[in-house]
Design a protein around this ligand. Sequence first.
Ligand code: RIB
Length: 307
Amino acid sequence: MGKILVIGSSNLDLIAKMERFPKDGETIKGQTFLQAMGGKGANQAVAANKTGSNVKFVTSLGNDIYGKSILKTFNDQGINMSSSLLVDNVPTGTAMIWVDSKGENSIVIIPGANDMLTSDYIVALEDEIEKSDLIMLQMEIPYNTVQTICKIAHKKGSKVMLNVAPATKLDKSVLEAVHVLVVNETEAEVVASAKIADIGEEAVAEKLNSLGVKNVVLTMGVKGCLFKNEEKYFHIPAFEVESVDTTAAGDTFCGALAAGISNNKSWEDALRFATAAAALCVTKMGAQPAIPSEKEITEFIKENISV
Ligand code: RIB
């Protein structure tokens, strides 16, 4: 079983489902409210754990009821939390999530304790970084922490999978350390400084390769995803499902992809597995409550084998 080290954010998600988003200055009635565990790092850790890998998660939580509850829930799921932090006098990160009738979302994050995951703390984890099959990162912790992890991983020869969400410009020290870059269309354009509408998906992915990233995965929602490295360029179509809430679809994709890579699946198989995981995720409300297991994904692929 592959050993994955996820270093990233944890949030308490406050999710409101509504017919449509309110306009400026408008008050509307929503339909349902859900409070659930989220955060891109945490969601990816849960997804990798549920899809067949051995996960250690390093995160920073407030020493409050939410932080303590997240810590317990993750420990109970078998995720190693021994290097995570419970920080006094800072609240656990929070995300306000609006979901409309098409399942599209709008998210505001209050980082709280996530900002306490500093470079100084990471330096003590050098051995962990060296020992892992794959280090999985996102952009909801301080940028210089991501830089420090990438520099250590590069020096030690460890593989990094970086999901550039939320979209952020990256410098050379990060790009040259990345084994797999997972980006949606907006994120790809920000990192590549190029527009898909001007030069096309393949040229944008090629630009990312030329910046130092070995393997590029471009996720495109209902259009599926593209893969590009020096040897291959191919497309995996999306599965057709009824979308209830797209929250954490990208995180589920990343976690399942990481599990596939660390368990030595081919790029094609790992990406098909990740695409199926994301499809199942959008059929349910919430982030972590919607993440499917390895068994559910495998059965779903068998049932939809003609896709
Ligand atoms: O990607 C979805 C996640 O983004 C939510 O769980 C929310 O916490 C924000 O981090």
